[in-house]
Design a protein around this ligand. Structure first.
Ligand SMILES: [Zn+2]
Length: 278
């Protein structure tokens, strides 16, 4: 007698629920207007198999860069041109589960992207970032991009030197140095959706988990969805405080370098060199 393998509905998969909750929360913050923002979440095969027949490929989509370092890996990804606002009501159109092909030159759609959809146009940046982060952190899993309002605003008003930008964020909320001691990476303005912006971002991601795209938004990386979302939230909160501090007439006092150093020692983090004058 043939065994009939029953699968759980993918709607109940924890990774799908996390994607729905996170896109909804990002939208609520006002950081993902229209089709702004994108997320990719690296999945283990054992997480996917209870919900999907991974031998059934719906479509194969070519890519014009080499992602062979991720061959066979699974991701749940937001869709190109899709709105975070709509993910909750229609996950199967707005999200997709993909697997990188063996030669790293295409991805296979295993679920979602209904009605001819494809993965986010920022997939090159996402996959390049995943490759870089995995090379320095084997527990890495999430890449998240959004249009965090105050960080974008700061890219017009603040000097775009990484050390100075990072120092300002560290000063604006005591938690910042503890949450991102390695600081923020900043790339030049580059046309989005290109391999060029992906390569520039991934280069930064070797040393940082936050990369600012001036006049556009922020990329965050992390081991979990909560951690990545929290990282972006923390930087954006500091940028919001900076906005308010400037509106109130600027700093009259701040957290001193000695105090930031004491904070780092108390929380056992190493501040990026070249920022604190100790
Ligand atoms: Zn964007």
């Amino acid at each position: 007698m043939a065994m009939i393998l029953t699968r759980n509905s993918i709607e109940t998969a924890p990774f799908l629920q996390e994607m729905i909750e996170t896109t909804t929360n990002l939208y609520r913050h006002g950081w993902d207007e229209r089709n702004g923002g994108n997320i990719s979440y690296l999945l283990n095969q054992y997480e996917v198999i209870p919900y999907l027949d991974v031998t059934k490929v719906i479509r194969t989509i070519p890519m014009n860069f080499d992602a062979s370092a991720l061959a066979g890996k699974y991701f749940i990804v937001t869709g190109s041109g899709k709105y975070f606002k709509n993910v909750k009501q229609d996950p199967a159109s707005n999200l997709g589960v993909i697997r990188i092909s063996e030669d790293g030159r295409s991805y296979e759609i295993l679920w979602g992207f209904e009605n001819g959809g494809v993965a986010t146009s920022e997939l090159p940046t996402h996959l390049m970032n995943h490759m870089t982060r995995l090379s320095v952190d084997k527990n890495h899993r999430v890449i998240m991009h959004c249009h965090a309002t105050n960080l974008i605003a700061m890219s017009f008003t603040h000097i775009l030197k990484e050390e100075e930008f990072t120092k300002t964020l560290w000063e604006m909320c005591t938690e910042c140095l503890v949450v991102f001691p390695e600081g923020v990476g900043i790339i030049p303005w580059i046309v989005p959706g290109t391999n060029e912006i992906g390569e520039a971002t991934a280069e930064k991601m070797e040393h940082v988990r936050l990369v600012l795209w001036p006049h556009h938004g922020i990329f965050g990386a992390g081991n979990t969805m909560d951690e990545t979302f929290g990282l972006i939230e923390t930087a954006e909160k500091a940028a919001e405080v900076y906005t308010i501090v400037c509106a109130q007439g600027g700093k009259k006092q701040t957290i001193s370098d000695e105090q930031l150093q004491a904070l780092a020692e108390a929380f056992k983090v190493v501040p990026r060199p070249g920022i604190l004058n100790i």
